[in-house]
Structures are given as structure tokens and as C-alpha cells.
Write a protein that binds this ligand. Structure first.
Ligand SMILES: [Ca+2]
Ligand SMILES: [Ca+2]
Ligand SMILES: [Ca+2]
Length: 180
């Protein structure tokens, strides 16, 4: 785990603890939670964030490639150079928070139930391109964060369509909701 990912993990409990002070009733809420709940990041965005090895808040192509190598090695438990469904599921549980987005078949491009290193790396490069709204080969935080569709909070009958994300509506191919 690199420095920025560790910082995020440390920060979250600190915010929750801070929010408990002076709020004896109800569930703990982080400061600014109401505003923060309007923003969302997909599990694959968190994964890309962890690739920022030099902590400059941008992910470049070199960091993407290095991150893909590292994550593949982490996932390939038996070291045979391919990810079995079992290995993918265990990795996704840890790296993607269990929501398995992207799903296994989005990596397994030839659908042979095995994810090769080449397939894994190609899928992550495609993911980076999908998030890189301005096409400059680097991903900044603003390209990873989405505004939560307002329809989620609006009462029935007052729903509006979600805003188009940056990049003219391009959506990361692997950000689809989980389907069982
Ligand atoms: Ca970086
Ligand atoms: Ca394996
Ligand atoms: Ca960019």
C-alpha cells in the first residue's frame, strides 16, 4: 500500500472519531457529511487513486503500468501468471471493497475463465482512458469523482436525470453497478 492510500485509511477513522465528539445521539457523521454525500467515487476510482506512487495527486501512465503489475502480483496467489475466478474474487474483495467493480468478465476479455496479465493490464489501461476526460494521459482527482445523481435524494415525482459527467458523457466501462 502506498503513502496516499494509507493516508486515506488513517483519515477516515479520524473523521468519524471527530464527528462523535459533542454528538451523543444518532449515528456518527463526519464534518461536512451532507455535502460529501453528493460526491461519489467508484471502487475502481479508489483503485486508481492507490496507484499514485509519488503522491502528486495525479496518476500518470507509468504509475498506471506499475500499479497494474503490482495488483496482478497481489491477485495471482499461486503465481501461475493468470487469475482464476477464486483469485479474482479474493483480490476484488480486498482491492475493490467487495463490490467487484469492475467485474471479473470485464477483465477476462476472451471469456476463458482466466485473466492473464495482458488482459489485466489492458483492462486497467482502458479504465484509465475512460476516466481521463481531457485526454492528457493523466488522471486528476476531479476526473475520478462523480456528483451523485440528484434523483437518489429527490422525492418520487420530482426526479431529474443525472448530470452528465465530465468528458461529454463518457463513462468508465467498468463503473457499472454490481449485478449478481
Ligand atoms: Ca502521481
Ligand atoms: Ca493464478
Ligand atoms: Ca486527465
Amino acid at each position: 500500500m502506498n503513502t496516499s492510500a494509507r493516508a486515506v485509511l488513517v483519515l477516515i477513522p479520524a473523521l468519524v472519531v471527530g464527528a462523535c465528539a459533542g454528538r451523543p445521539q444518532g449515528p456518527p457523521r463526519a464534518p461536512g457529511a451532507a455535502e460529501a454525500e453528493r460526491a461519489m467515487a467508484a471502487p475502481n476510482a479508489l483503485l486508481l487513486t492507490s496507484f499514485d506512487a509519488d503522491s502528486d495527486l495525479e496518476i500518470d501512465g507509468g504509475e498506471l503500468d506499475a500499479g497494474a503489475v503490482r495488483e496482478f502480483a497481489r491477485a495471482d496467489d499461486d503465481g501461475d501468471g493468470a487469475l482464476s475466478p477464486f483469485e479474482y474474487n479474493a483480490w476484488a474483495e480486498a482491492a475493490l471493497g467487495g463490490l467487484h467493480v469492475p467485474r471479473r468478465l470485464e477483465f477476462d476479455s476472451n471469456v476463458d475463465n482466466s485473466i492473464t496479465r495482458a488482459e489485466f493490464e489492458a483492462a486497467l489501461r482502458a479504465l484509465m482512458q475512460a476516466y481521463d476526460a481531457d485526454g492528457d494521459g493523466r488522471i486528476v482527482r476531479a476526473e475520478l469523482i462523480r456528483e451523485r445523481p440528484r434523483m437518489m435524494a429527490a422525492p418520487e415525482g420530482m426526479r431529474r436525470p443525472p448530470r452528465m459527467p465530465p468528458g461529454g458523457g463518457r463513462r468508465p466501462p467498468m463503473a457499472a453497478p454490481l449485478s449478481p
